[in-house]
Design a protein around this ligand. Structure first.
Ligand SMILES: [Zn+2]
Ligand SMILES: [Zn+2]
Length: 189
């Protein structure tokens, strides 16, 4: 059983909630959650702001933890390795998008807290592809936001081929914007 915190209906408080995740799939991993950030999308999902929430709802999609179990065909991460898990947790791995590095556009994409249970728990599961190995030297207690807000602002730097000679404006220095500034600064801008 996985021990989690869930809201039983829209706007309710989080309360202890245990669930049986079933057998681990061949390409899935189970993560022992060490830390999990909280993102405004967790609050939106808790309140069903987008009309896609299913209850009991276990939020949490800024997970940092270690790989506690691996499915039979897992080769990308190792037991005990520290990984992060963000908004998405599964995709088909054989469509044109998954095969070209744009897994986030896969039509079978599964979000970590939409129709499945997230990281406000002692364990959470994901397809191995969506578990991002965490380099040594990053404080695991602070790394969680990299996997949601962080990738959200890092992705366009790559997608738009931003160069160190570019000029980039960041509008809004909040949860995402402050990370954008730090990435852009490290990028040489
Ligand atoms: Zn988020
Ligand atoms: Zn796909």
């Amino acid at each position: 059983m996985i021990q989690a915190y869930a809201a039983r209906s829209a706007g309710e408080k989080l309360e202890p909630f245990d669930y049986d995740p079933g057998a681990l799939k061949d390409e899935e991993i189970e993560i022992d959650v060490e830390y999990c950030g909280i993102c405004h999308s967790d609050l939106s999902m808790l309140k069903n702001d987008w009309g896609i929430s299913q209850y009991p709802l276990v939020p949490g999609h800024e997970v940092v933890g270690t790989v506690a179990a691996v499915g039979d065909r897992v080769s990308m991460v190792k037991l005990g390795q520290r990984v992060g898990l963000g908004w998405n947790s599964h995709s088909c791995m054989h469509c044109e998008w998954c095969m070209s590095g744009d897994h986030n556009l896969c039509v079978t994409l599964e979000a970590t807290i939409v129709g499945r249970h997230g990281g406000f728990a002692n364990k959470v599961r994901a397809h191995q592809e969506w578990a991002v190995p965490l380099p040594e030297g990053i404080d695991p207690a602070k790394a969680g936001p990299l996997f949601c807000g962080g990738i959200t602002v890092f992705n366009p730097i790559v997608q738009f081929d931003v160069q160190p000679t570019s000029r980039v404006g960041v509008i809004g220095i909040g949860g995402l914007g402050h990370m954008a500034l730090r990435f852009l600064n490290a990028w040489g801008l």
